[in-house]
Design a protein around this ligand. Structure first.
Ligand SMILES: Cc1cc2nc3c(=O)[nH]c(=O)nc-3n(C[C@H](O)[C@H](O)[C@H](O)COP(=O)(O)OP(=O)(O)OC[C@H]3O[C@@H](n4cnc5c(N)ncnc54)[C@H](O)[C@@H]3O)c2cc1C
Length: 354
């Protein structure tokens, strides 16, 4: 089990991984490709570097993370989930076994891919969805369509299969790049529009044919940070993951950094946010250790006492109890304040959800 799983190999992800790994945590970083840096031909405005190519920066970042002991996995995270207690995260990654961690840093770069298809934006939340695990339930027994042609589309289609009446993957003219098993249907024709009255009723193809669908799930390209966060129930705003100043999301143990959060899309900010998330993880981890150790000690000593062994209760009270109480108070205040800050940021001043 990893202490931290970082999703993304750009400036934000590598910074988070490097800070956490150098502080002694076990870190796995999974990345699909070079992200935004791979598109930056020349970078002139990062401290100490001039006329550097984005690809060179990316390669050096990957090598740097490797050098400080981060386990590197090249693959695409198609699903992120949590156990019932919310203590362990699990990431399904293409081409490799599931990776588990106590904490996750989302550093997946810029927003999700939304194809320019007529009706898609207009029917958002009226049948068009970006999250099968969140909204699949509303389409029980109904025909649904998934937009996409890769591993992420397959994962979303599989999530919908047990619920929906039928699942059709629409590739919008692209070739499928993974195998979509039965009973998932595949339609490769170009799409003309998502249609319906008040809610989605179907998808019209350029051929004139209409595929009946009460829901259209967009899963084009790779799952972005907001899509992965959404599946866990974290706050999203305008396609960005909502975080506080330390990169914490509304889900305990889930951080986000860099271009997948709101703000200026620059390397310097991504590095700073990655560093903050990495360092926060370290603090959080050692706090948890302290809490578990002191709580565990208290339990052991009390059990021994209960079994009739001689335990100096006075010593116990002086050492273990205050630590446990302080840790408990700290944890309660920490999560209360964080939740309040995030709610205020998400819902706006004085407008708690009603
Ligand atoms: C053309 C261009 C030029 C630019 N020029 C400059 C410049 O001169 N100066 C500057 O400061 N900034 C520049 N930028 C912006 C800068 O590149 C970004 O702000 C920065 O790279 C953001 O870092 P990041 O780590 O948040 O995301 P990214 O660098 O985009 O990295 C995202 C990482 O996440 C991975 N990922 C995403 N989803 C998944 C998934 N589901 N599973 C696994 N991995 C996933 C990607 O493969 C990638 O490794 C430029 C951007 C572009 C596009």
């Amino acid at each position: 089990m990893n202490d931290v799983l970082v999703i993304g190999g750009g400036p934000a992800g590598v910074s988070a991984a490097v800070y956490a790994a150098r502080a002694g945590l076990t870190v796995t970083l999974v990345y699909k490709d070079g992200g935004a840096l791979a598109k930056a031909e020349r970078v002139d405005n990062y401290y100490g570097l001039y006329s550097t190519s984005g690809t060179d920066m990316f390669d050096k970042g990957i090598a740097q993370a490797q050098a400080v002991g981060v386990t590197m996995v090249q693959g695409e995270v198609v699903k992120l989930s949590q156990d019932e207690a919310g203590a362990v995260f699990a990431a399904d990654i293409t081409g490799t076994a599931q990776v588990q961690a106590r904490a996750v840093v989302l550093a997946t770069g810029s927003a999700r891919a939304v194809p320019p298809i007529e009706g898609l934006a207009a029917f958002e939340r009226k049948g068009v969805s970006y999250c099968a695990v969140c909204d699949g339930f509303f389409f029980r027994g109904k025909d649904v369509a998934v937009l996409g042609n890769g591993a992420y589309a397959l994962s979303e289609a599989q999530e919908l299969l047990p619920l929906a009446g039928s699942v059709t993957v629409l590739t919008n003219g692209a070739e499928p790049i993974v195998d979509f098993p039965d009973p998932i249907k595949i339609v490769t024709d170009k799409i003309q529009a998502v249609t319906g009255e008040k809610t989605v009723a179907g998808v019209t193809l350029e051929s004139g044919e209409t595929i009946a669908a009460a829901g259209v799930f967009v899963a084009v390209g790779t799952a972005g940070g907001s899509q992965l966060a959404m599946k866990l129930g974290a706050f999203i705003n305008d396609e960005s993951v909502v975080t506080d100043d330390h990169g914490r999301t509304s889900i305990a143990g889930l951080w986000a950094a860099g271009d997948c959060t709101a703000g200026v899309k620059q390397i310097a900010r991504a590095v700073q946010e990655g560093m903050a998330a990495g360092m926060e993880n370290v603090g959080n981890f050692f706090f948890q250790l302290l809490f578990v150790a002191s709580g565990g000690n208290l339990l052991v000593q009390s059990t021994l006492y209960g079994l009739g062994y001689e335990v100096e209760l006075a010593d116990l009270a002086i050492t273990v109890l205050p630590v446990s109480i302080v840790a408990l108070l700290w944890a309660t205040t920490y999560y209360y304040l964080k939740d309040r800050r995030l709610r205020k940021k998400y819902y706006g001043d004085g407008k708690e959800e009603s």
